[in-house]
Design a protein around this ligand. Sequence first.
Ligand code: SF4
Ligand code: SF4
Length: 437
Amino acid sequence: MQTRFPPELLADPRHAAAEAIVRKCVHCGLCTATCPTYVTLGNELDSPRGRIYLIKDMLENGRAADSRTMLHLDRCLTCLACTTTCPSGVDYARLIDLARQHVERTGRRPLADRALRGLLAVVLPYPRRFRTALRLSAPFRFLASILTRNKVLRPIGAMLALAPASVPANTRVAGTARPSGEVRARVALMAGCAQSVLDPAINAATVRLLNRLGVEVVHAAGEGCCGALVQHMGRETSAQAFAAANVRAWMAADRERPLDAVIVTASGCGTTVKDYGHLLADRPDLANDARRIASLAADITEFLARLDLPAARNPMNVSVTYHAACSLQHGQKVTLQPKALLAKAGFTVKEPREPHLCCGSAGVYNILQSEIAGALKARKARNLEAARGEVIAAGNIGCLTQIRSGTDLPVLHTVQLLDWAYGGPAPEGLPARFRVT
Ligand code: SF4
Ligand code: SF4
């Protein structure tokens, strides 16, 4: 794509980076077919190509973000399906980050929108605050459908609709979980923020499974949210602060005794941690360590695939429909390992139609853009149910929460099923008929 950025703007490294990305786009439009918002809304400005035009126009002319540009950029899920499809290698992920930072710096949002975004940024990334907020909101869940009818109050209704009826007890652990026998690897396990509150059973299953496989698991003191939640709202400084805290925490464990991996069980977070080298590139004190952590980061299924697990001796007699989280398939390009591991563990693996399309979760998207997210959830649930698996598996807490609110089928993390297959307890979310083995 031809660009006309004036030299004074190109002197800014952000503009220069954005210009280099925009120039790679040959406006072929192939990405439009796999973009969930274009497929849903049918508007070119809600496609990757349309958004690239809007970003180019905004940055090239050095102007503040207007309401039209904000509307269409806000509607982007950051699902990165376009990056999988694009034949020209356009780095849309980096471009939308740069654009969102510009929007955050220059755009004027309505007061209610600003207040909501501010609230999400100071509550969701902090497990204690998030748990308290969920507990306080539980009695008001019945208001969800009423509030979603009002345009201003719709995000509050969406939050209430997603809130669980009861909040699991705080089981956050510290220290190191050691295997009983020989240690074959040492890893740090990311506890993160929202997942540790909404579904602590996921990391509990991970620790059990890794320990049984001879892997020592470190829970590093001081780690927390990966920074993705605020990064996707254009709050770069805040995202860098979260990333810096995590890098320091995991590097302390690495210096004590080298780590073989930093394991992440929420793929949305994994995508961000793998990008820490870039996020902290401007921090001379942390850039090297950030690159080391990014190179160690691995989705749990990536790491388990490296361990070469034994094939199951008996079938599990459960068919599993695998939902590929966008952050795992498009963000990290981890596509085969989860399905191969489930099959090797004895499950019958089924694939839904349109596996490339987002479920609509996308961090806080299902709160801020609940109508589009609702349409995508319904489409995803239909496709998953049509695959006729008895259980749905996915590798990201956002997807699990979103899909659970759209289907009656049990929806579990892939690692919970693997833990069960390799000798752990049957997951809590399974109906009783599966739990008798
Ligand atoms: S597929 Fe790539 S090159 Fe083609 S329009 Fe989309 S972003 Fe541009
Ligand atoms: S990230 Fe997803 S929603 Fe955004 S433009 Fe790309 S495909 Fe469309």
